[in-house]
Design a protein around this ligand. Structure first.
Ligand code: SF4
Length: 289
């Protein structure tokens, strides 16, 4: 029997975890996390491990197929890769000749290979590229840009060394990002607090130090009261504010009416709970995510 280890990247979801495949006689016997990547700890999530089933699924289309007949008729013809590439190239050329290159757009999930696709688009003369990041996580993107000058992908969260992690409508323990989960669990073993704010008691909530079940749609009210409390009690980092922030006075005036008592009526979270939460955030600063 011949055995070897093949290193790759899991394609079962968009996280793209580094993996290692144990291959026996040319077939994958086991998929695991790349043991040389510390945060993977040699593990993959169940979906990643199911990659073997996908590879070996005999009903999975194994070749490109070109539709024959009308859309919805379900008639497909198996073709070689050469024919498929020619088909797509001819169609793109037709569109370019008839409507111009800018009539072509490409959308994908982003990830590590997007530069190749963008280079391809530039080569055929269109700038029209968008991906998942064009709509998802826009707020994080803009916050990262305004705070650090870099996009969100250039900033990583040091979950492993955090002292308080707040998951507001983020369900890390069920979103199977293996490295994030491992890092957060390591941090919690070292005493990191986990606060979960959500409308339902998900798995992350069951592991949380504090779970606040908020009324649906009331998160903005909650956040206003958190800012109010941070400023009112002077629990923020004054040096940071003086050095980097513009419009702090305006913010202070704006949040004045939004007390924890006001938020309690909106969110269902008591003023006492909110105050304790803010106090703990302040005690853990700056290692708060
Ligand atoms: S989270 Fe799971 S499915 Fe996604 S890339 Fe990692 S191992 Fe694969």
């Amino acid at each position: 029997m011949t055995t070897k280890s093949v290193f790759s990247i899991c394609g079962m979801c968009t996280v793209r975890c580094p993996i290692m495949a144990n291959v026996e006689n040319g077939r994958i016997a086991l998929l695991q996390g790349n043991p040389h990547v510390p945060a993977m700890k040699g593990s993959v999530c169940p979906r990643g491990a199911a990659g073997i089933a996908l590879i070996n699924d005999r009903e999975r289309p194994q070749t490109p197929m070109i539709r024959e007949g009308e859309r919805g008729e379900g008639k497909w013809r198996k073709v070689s890769w050469e024919e498929a590439f020619d088909y797509v190239a001819n169609r793109l050329n037709d569109i370019r000749a008839t409507h111009g290159a800018k009539a072509i757009a490409l959308s994908d999930r982003g990830g590590p290979f997007r530069d190749m696709r963008r280079a391809f688009l530039r080569a055929i003369g269109t700038p029209n590229y968008c991906n998942h990041d064009s709509s998802c996580a826009r707020n994080v993107q803009h916050s990262a840009l305004s705070l650090t000058g870099m996009g969100r992908k250039a900033v990583s969260y040091d979950l492993k060394n955090a002292r308080h992690v707040v998951l507001q409508f983020r369900n890390i323990f069920e979103s199977v990002n293996v490295q994030e989960v491992n890092n957060l669990m390591d941090a919690m073993e070292k005493g990191c607090k986990l606060t979960v704010i959500d409308i339902r008691a998900n798995i992350s909530a069951t592991k949380a130090t504090r779970f606040m079940q908020i009324r649906p749609g009331a998160d903005y009210a909650f956040n206003l009261a958190v800012i109010h409390e941070l400023i009112h009690k002077r629990l923020y980092d004054d040096r940071f504010v003086k050095r980097y922030m513009e419009g702090f006075k305006e913010l202070e005036c704006f949040v004045k009416p939004y007390t924890p008592e006001w938020a309690e009526a909106e969110t269902g979270i008591t003023a006492t709970q909110l105050r304790q939460f803010v106090q703990e955030l302040s005690e853990a600063k700056p290692a708060v995510i």
